[in-house]
Design a protein around this ligand. Structure first.
Ligand code: NA7
Length: 544
């Protein structure tokens, strides 16, 4: 249906067909709730559909970065590597969509542009860039946390004579850099994965670094049958344990303070974690993210490793992260990142000392010198956590726009609902553990909670659910208070909105931990949803 005619009617509308959208469609179908999903891309997979840059892979082990809701699914799928690459994760997303027969409920190449709450009908009216108009009782934003790719405001980009790429919007056919002079701008997770792979092809690679990052070797390798079986034999129990962990990832979290053990023991623990690889390095001691002195011991250890890996001491010095506690910005995981700077055709430019002034037709101008390039790769990140939500013009009760409601930064109750926006749910929204966790674990938890709340309403005949301003204020204060007890706010990270000029700065994800958060959400559901209000016609029940 297009134009101004009667809109299509549906019970639930899901925006996005990444892992969250796929699981939502499956659960809603199980509840007998008619649902469709709109997806801007022409395939499923969300972040794994868009981020096709060379070297893209997940930093959570694949045995854990996969759905746990279906024993059949987790038994039948076989991963080829410890940390699967993007093509394999995308293949898995496609497999899930086919296996659960979800495609028939997804509208591809369709982007939601606006969503307006119609008070009289108690429904959302959603408009799309294809002219479709859809009236839905429930609107669920499964839009992802890192979907709005961002090019920095560097003058001259349009005039560049070569090719421009952003890691988050990579061409589907791939890019062959063989023989090219390539510039990479940024040294976050994406760049740290892409740089070693691009270096293998490029004739010359220049990396522009503004802030050095901490990166731990992944020790990625082929999946062994033995390792896969240790998981598959015991999947339900292992998944259950992971759901209670701080990050939703099962690994050994050492309960001891880094400052409570002798130097030699501390070192041995770091060495063992460095040798094992991956983000579990940050679980070496209990207080690495809460005590600066403890954190310094881990940061010093990694800086020493970097010095050992990079041959040229001047280059190593530039690569040493010093301006934030380790882990306060998302820790990176790499395959031969630091070693890449030993290659003769790879150059590192310190953008703090030599700021990029502009892009010229020939390349990148920094510190008065032009670095010639045939291609520029922007690995400059995303308008994280809120960018994709605010890209939709959302109007709730009384015409309140989400942009106004979040003018000072995102405000939610539990990262799930926003006061003034009835029947609008966020999956892994700001105020929930989301990006600090294994995303699939957090997605499953949110989808289950939302679907359980819908089932609750079905049983009680409530058609509208919303959160109260008081519950939201209390949650926002709690999220902030818990964040302040950690070292996270000490880094200018995208967790804080610090990478987007003018974006309000506050710590967006909930650091209380996946297990604690889940328990709280479960208690709220079991207690009849305090902090939420349910309405059906004349019936109003304030459950505070
Ligand atoms: P990130 O982590 O936001 O990294 C972006 C990088 O780009 C970071 O090094 C930035 O430096 C750099 N950047 C941004 N703008 C500029 C300009 N103008 N000049 C120079 N350098 C710039 O994005 P990623 O895609 O790597 O990773 C995002 C998440 O995706 C990641 O955490 C995983 O969860 C998956 P800065 O640090 O701001 O100084």
């Amino acid at each position: 249906m297009s134009g101004n005619g009667t809109p299509e009617r549906i019970e639930a509308l899901v925006i996005g067909a990444g892992f969250a959208g796929l699981y939502l469609l499956h659960r809603l179908r199980g509840l007998g709730i008619a649902a469709i999903a709109l997806e801007a891309g022409d395939g499923v997979g969300g972040t794994w559909y868009w981020n096709r840059y060379p070297g893209a892979r997940c930093d959570v082990e694949s045995m854990q970065y996969s759905f746990g809701f279906s024993e059949e699914l987790q038994q039948e799928w076989n991963w080829s590597e410890r940390f699967a690459g993007q093509p394999e994760i995308l293949a898995y997303a496609n497999h899930v969509a086919d296996r659960l027969d979800l495609r028939r409920d997804i509208s591809f190449k369709t982007r939601a542009t606006s969503a307006v709450w119609d008070e009289a009908a108690a429904r959302w009216l959603v408009e799309t860039d294809t002219g479709r108009r859809i009236s839905a009782r429930q609107l669920i934003l499964a839009t992802g946390c890192l979907s709005s790719a961002r090019l920095p405001d560097i003058p001259g980009i349009e005039g560049f004579g070569g090719a421009i790429y952003h890691t988050g919007q990579w061409p589907h056919g791939g890019v062959d850099f063989t023989g090219q002079r390539v510039a990479v701008i940024g040294t976050g997770s994406s760049a740290i994965q892409a740089i070693p792979v691009i270096a293998k092809q490029a004739a010359q690679l220049t990396v522009f670094q503004r802030t050095p990052n901490f990166s731990i070797p992944s020790r990625n390798g082929p999946m062994t049958e033995d390792y896969a079986q240790t998981w598959k034999r015991d999947y339900p129990a292992r998944r259950a344990a992971a759901r209670q962990m701080r990050t939703g990832i099962l690994y050994h979290l050492n309960p001891v303070s880094a400052l409570a053990v002798p130097e030699a023991e501390r070192r041995a623990e770091y060495e063992a974690r460095w040798a094992a690889g991956g983000t579990a390095f940050m679980a070496a001691f209990s207080d690495l993210l809460t005590n600066r002195e403890a954190n310094d011991t881990a940061a010093d250890f990694v800086r020493e490793k970097i010095r050992g890996l990079v041959h040229d001491p001047e280059v190593a010095e530039i690569l040493l992260p010093r301006n934030h506690p380790i882990g306060a910005k998302r820790i990176c995981v790499d395959t031969a990142y630091y070693e890449t700077f030993n290659l003769p055709h790879v150059t590192l430019v310190d953008v703090r000392r030599n700021p990029i002034s502009r892009i010229t037709p020939e390349g990148v101008e920094a510190g008065g010198a032009t670095h010639a390039a045939d291609s520029i790769v922007f690995a400059t990140g995303f308008d994280a956590m809120t960018g994709t939500i605010l890209a939709i013009d959302i109007r709730g009760r009384g015409g309140l726009s989400m942009r106004e409601a979040w003018a000072e930064g995102p405000r939610t109750h539990l990262g799930l609902m926003v006061a003034g926006f009835p029947n609008l749910f966020l999956i892994t929204g700001p105020g929930s553990p989301s990006v600090l966790s294994n995303m699939i674990v957090s997605i499953e938890q949110h989808v289950d909670w939302v679907c359980d709340s819908l089932a609750h309403r079905q049983r009680h005949g409530f058609s509208v659910m919303e959160t109260t301003p008081k519950a939201q204020d209390d949650w926002v204060a709690h999220v902030n208070e818990v964040a302040q007890r950690t070292l996270y706010p000490q880094a200018n990270s995208w967790y804080m909105g610090a990478n987007i000029p003018g974006k309000p700065q506050l710590f967006m994800p909930y650091v209380g931990g996946v297990g604690t958060y889940r328990q709280l959400c479960d208690e709220i559901a079991a207690g009849g949803y305090p902090g939420f209000v349910f309405t059906a016609g004349e019936q109003v029940r304030a459950a505070e």
